[in-house]
Design a protein around this ligand. Structure first.
Ligand code: MG
Length: 335
């Protein structure tokens, strides 16, 4: 009896060792990303569109940083088939990079390391509304990550989450971006850099009329919240694409622009169609359990990522179905 069980165990072990993983990871499949015209393209110069979640502000004490761990990243890859995740690293005071730099860097690294292990892309977002006030802090942050990870195709730098409505593109945001891009490019010559745009990253038309020149692999941030933003913002985005700049939707919500309210399914469907049509990559706000409409998780969802569908909110379930169904490529690691 004992011998029989042992041979069964040995046989099972041999079997699992000999089974190859048939699916490539996203990064094995697409490799180094680049910008070609108004598209983000893969290593074969083919347009690529990636879908995944954005984590919530990483600030210490805000309650969402518990999800900055490998278990959560693994869950998102294995259960949602997501090839990309965004780390929203709080830039300011009050638990962010200006007052708690080491802690926030450690959280960012936990997500980046896990994403690299899973073969996922990871957006490193300087999550700020006044980044121009502290460019040196942003530069130090991105220099650190460019040195440590710039040779990996996984990393995408997002240098300014959402400039406000009265922060001028031409005189404030663009000069800030040029400074940041110069610093990153001195270390990492090629990974994508995503540039925030005026009015909470909606005025991509202004960026398209006065784009950053002299650097390659630059794209621009478009944010929308389906409950608030409709055809008017898509028109702006279409104008920007038609003018020839590449966009990435590094943050979007199914609800209102304040992050709360009901899921607007009809408007979300229109945006999903727009992003499909234009091959845009995107990250949904937010993988968090705060009690508000945009949260994907119900309050007190565990920090270990072993969630059932019962742990997901209405927005979370909806977004899971969008992300899981986005790509025709299976990155789940088995078939
Ligand atoms: Mg590089």
């Amino acid at each position: 009896m004992l011998a029989k069980s042992l041979s069964f165990i040995l046989c099972a072990a041999t079997l699992s060792l000999s089974l190859p993983s048939l699916a490539d990871t996203a990064v094995e499949h697409y490799g180094q990303l680049a910008v070609k015209g108004n598209r983000i393209v893969d290593q074969k110069s083919q347009p690529v569109s990636l879908a995944g979640p954005s984590l919530f502000w990483s600030n210490t004490g805000w309650g969402a940083d518990k999800y900055y761990n490998a278990d959560v990243v693994n869950y998102i890859q294995e259960q949602w088939n997501a090839p990309i995740i965004r780390a929203a690293i709080g830039a300011g005071l009050n638990g962010g990079m200006l007052s708690h730099a080491d802690e926030n860097i450690a959280k960012a690294e936990a997500v980046v390391d896990a994403a690299i292990n899973q073969g996922m892309y990871v957006i490193l977002d300087w999550h700020a509304h006044h980044a121009e006030d502290h460019p040196q802090n942003a530069i130090a942050f991105f220099e650190h990550f460019a040195r440590k990870y710039g040779e990996q195709p996984n990393i995408i730098y997002e240098i300014y989450n959402e400039p406000l409505a009265d922060t001028d593109w031409h005189t404030v945001i663009k000069p800030y971006a040029q400074k940041l891009i110069g610093a990153i490019r001195a270390i990492d010559p090629d990974n994508l850099i995503i540039v925030g745009t005026q009015t909470w990253s909606q005025d991509v038309d202004k960026a398209a009329d006065d784009p950053i020149t002299g650097y390659s692999n630059i794209a621009y941030t478009l944010h929308f919240y389906a409950g608030t933003h409709k055809a008017e913002l898509r028109k702006k985005a279409q104008y920007a694409l038609d003018k020839g700049i590449a966009l990435m939707v590094t943050e979007w919500g199914t609800v209102n622009a304040n992050g709360d309210g009901a899921v607007d399914r009809a408007s979300t469907e229109q945006w999903v169609a727009f992003m499909k049509r234009n091959q845009l990559s995107h990250a949904n706000w937010a993988l968090n359990d705060k009690k508000e409409g945009a949260s994907m998780l119900k309050p007190r969802a565990a920090a270990d990522g072993f969630w059932s569908d019962d742990d997901l909110t209405e927005s979370g379930s909806f977004v899971k179905s969008i992300v899981k169904g986005w790509s025709e490529v299976d990155f789940s690691g088995d078939e």
